[in-house]
Design a protein around this ligand. Structure first.
Ligand code: SF4
Length: 222
């Protein structure tokens, strides 16, 4: 059954007409996000590509097929998760989103996370991982760990496009990260418990913050 969450619908309607950065100029559609608005797992990519821009749905091309396949391998279907991007409009020619564009758009993602309230946030690739973890290091260094993140768990992995370009090795690392996601969802890995499985000290960064008032979280999340 399709669940309607009014706050999320309102936010989507706001994004639909957004002209807060130059990416509005060449977009066909605003790709706000899709999936279960009450999902335990929320996936955050970079920005819409050509197909996504045309269809208004994230991850519909080859990357999307691979993502569906990898989710399927850990028993998740697309309808079980919520998928969104750091920027909601397509950067022309599939260039990287620029810092001012990410700054202009990130409040939508922040509010999506707060409304959906997932247990696990999965970042795909450098842009979403660095933004949410407030990190300068790249995805190659950051992946493979479940991070305690604002009372949730954040698991970074490669963008599926990197696996399509990078071949078997990247794909296998993504599979390892997917297995980590499965373990977190199943409660077998908990970075807040400081267990060995959670990846020891490294997994405890950034520090979990308890009892954060919503306003404080809104200001600080990323
Ligand atoms: S990318 Fe984000 S901030 Fe820029 S116009 Fe689209 S919705 Fe607005």
């Amino acid at each position: 059954m399709h669940v309607v969450v009014p706050e999320l619908e309102q936010l989507a309607a706001q994004a639909e007409v957004c002209r807060d950065c130059r990416l509005c100029e060449e977009r066909t559609t605003v790709v706000f996000g899709t999936g279960d608005p009450r999902a335990d797992v929320m996936i955050v990519g970079e920005g819409p590509g050509r197909e996504e821009d045309l269809q208004g749905i994230p991850f519909v091309g080859r990357s999307g097929k691979l993502l569906d396949q990898l989710l399927g391998e850990i028993g998740l279907e697309r309808r079980d998760v919520y998928i969104a991007n750091v920027v909601k409009c397509r950067p022309p020619g599939n260039r990287d989103p620029r810092p001012d564009e990410i700054d202009a758009c990130k409040h939508y993602l922040r509010e999506q996370i707060q409304i959906i309230d997932p247990t696990v946030v999965v970042t795909l690739g450098n842009f979403s991982t660095k933004l949410l973890l407030r990190e300068q290091r790249g995805i190659t260094k950051l992946r493979g760990v479940a991070y305690a993140w604002w009372k949730r768990v954040l698991v970074p992995t490669f963008h599926p496009a990197a696996a399509l370009r990078g071949g078997q090795r990247v794909l296998e690392q993504m599979r390892d990260d997917m297995e980590l996601i499965r373990q977190v969802v199943a409660g077998e890995v908990d970075p807040y418990a400081g267990s060995e499985e959670a990846g020891s000290e490294e997994a405890a960064e950034p520090e979990p913050v308890e009892h954060v008032p919503v306003e404080a979280e809104q200001a600080s999340l990323f």
